[in-house]
Design a protein around this ligand. Sequence first.
Ligand code: AMP
Ligand code: MG
Length: 419
Amino acid sequence: MADYPTHLSVDDARQFILDHCSRRRMPAESVLLQSAHRRILCHDVVAPRDLPCFANSAMDGFALRASDLPAVGERRLRIVGTRLAGDANVVSTEIGECVRITTGAPMPAGADTVVIKERVVVEGDSIIIRAGEKIGAHVRPAGEDVRAGELMLRRGQRVRATRIGVLASIGLASIEVFARPKISIFTTGDELVMPGTQCGRAQIHNSNGFSLAAMLASSAYISNPSTDPENGMPFRHLRDDRSLMRSALLEAAEACDVIITSGGVSAGEADYLPGLVAELGTIHFWKVRMRPGMPFLFGEVGKALVFCLPGNPVSTIATFLCLVGPALAALQGAANAIPAARHARLTVAIEKNHDRTEFLRAACDFRNDGVLWVTPMKAQGSAMLRGLIDADSLIVVAEGSRCMQAGDVVQILPLPDVS
Ligand code: AMP
Ligand code: MG
């Protein structure tokens, strides 16, 4: 009898992995802001000062006192100076005066309103404004956006492309983030040859090494795959040779935080990985009630967590997205390691004749009704690649569901790089 759990539900498998990874969180490191994109913040970020930190104009125009705005007819005001963005020269407006101003320039003392240049007539060194302008218009008061001391970002949040500018706006040149796990990817199989090499009889090209490396690169939480020194690939290929695999695992377990393998984890004669993980370390669980992807194994060897993904290309992708991606997020301290559930309406009925969670390659589109609709690809075999060309998501059919009708709402898991 195995002394580890087997045939876990997808939810239990993922929760098990997340609990484990949260206990193995990576240490903090400081990174320059330009290298911080997609990293996970290790500390809360509090505004050190008001944003904006001085009242400034939101438009190009003339800064003036609201009390000078005419209630009826027109009024002439004298232009007493100019303030461009970046000017800190001393200018102020007295009654009957105005200052030419550009967007982002500090409001002159005394002024509380900006009238945009298109709405005034300039005559020599004065302007004529008409009735109807709004008191206090086009001024961005200090602290309007964020107040000094306010919590802006939290530990565990990801530095998205849009958030990195916010961090720059409060003057941070570097931030503390969780370190990225060092990852070794191994593909396995005697039948595999590298693209660029002619396939012999009974051979196929290695595709999983490339898709795994690309999924890592495009996953929300950037990671750090090591490169095979022999061929410069972001993964290393291993023949189905037990002792070769044994030494590769031992070596990677010394050097890495995470080992991801593809293939060799089922029940075939050359599927050495379960035995090797058991011999060299610990199997935490083996097999998940999912299709494709059932033979997935989670364990550890030395200081490395080991994720063994089944070799069928679609199994590799489904298990990576569903189980490994969240694990990497949790290791990097992400507050939301599981992507938020997304849903779409089925364009066609689907039937499932087993009790596992099914992942169907599918394509989504927004129709004129504003609703996201999803259509499963025709061919769904776990070795079938064609469906991956047009698929942008996986439909997740829960364990308990059997038949779903057109129009039913289903959960979807977006594939990488799909915006
Ligand atoms: P395995 O999990 O090793 O039993 O492999 C299952 C199926 O996936 C077999 O048909 C393999 O040829 C195929 N396969 C395994 N690894 C890869 C890979 N890196 N690229 C493409 N196909 C693979
Ligand atoms: Mg194999």
